[in-house]
Write a protein that binds this ligand. Sequence first.
Ligand SMILES: CC(C)(COP(=O)(O)OP(=O)(O)OC[C@H]1O[C@@H](n2cnc3c(N)ncnc32)[C@H](O)[C@@H]1OP(=O)(O)O)[C@@H](O)C(=O)NCCC(=O)NCCS
Length: 174
Amino acid sequence: MLLFFQPSVVYKKIYLEMMNAWKASGEAPMPWVLTLDYANFPALCRALTDFSVGKGLPSGFTIPCTTFWAYDTDAAKLVGALNIRHELNDDLLNYHGHIGYGVRPDMRRKGYATRMLAMAKKECRRLDIARALVCCNSENTASARVIEKNGGVLEDERILPENGKTMRRYWIDV
Ligand SMILES: CC(C)(COP(=O)(O)OP(=O)(O)OC[C@H]1O[C@@H](n2cnc3c(N)ncnc32)[C@H](O)[C@@H]1OP(=O)(O)O)[C@@H](O)C(=O)NCCC(=O)NCCS
């Protein structure tokens, strides 16, 4: 079974185990909340909880966002994370959308991301988001597949000004 945990100090051990797997892969973790310093784990949990009510957001960020950690009860491991932005600003509308997600490198291609995005749709409903925008790099075929399997309808592709990369923008009727 896949469960979704809101950040709490009780998950420290399994969070560290997940982050070690990410470190070992050499890949930068995604979504962005997984790049936050976790040396002070209670502080990380507090910050993530604050972000969900728009408090203490990183500089340049203005939109509250909720983070979930996905836990597979069979594997007894955290497998990835979801980050749901409660609204869109111009930057999110053009390039990044409502929902960010990532699955740890050693647990991919097992259907986790597809199930995580399905759960994010439910959370969007709770947040009164009727249509969720989900974006991915145009080269990210795995993510595009995850979005399409969750009913994503491609609107267009837009080029990120900071690096020239093309982002696919999909809408999901939640
Ligand atoms: C993209 C990502 C979330 C997919 O996670 P996942 O748990 O492996 O995805 P799923 O197992 O649910 O796979 C969904 C579909 O993508 C396909 N897929 C998964 N990895 C793939 C890959 N590397 N290449 C091609 N297709 C792939 C699967 O086969 C499946 O399609 P199918 O049902 O038609 O077979 C994961 O690779 C990841 O975390 N990448 C880094 C972070 C990232 O890109 N996040 C998304 C930002 S928009």
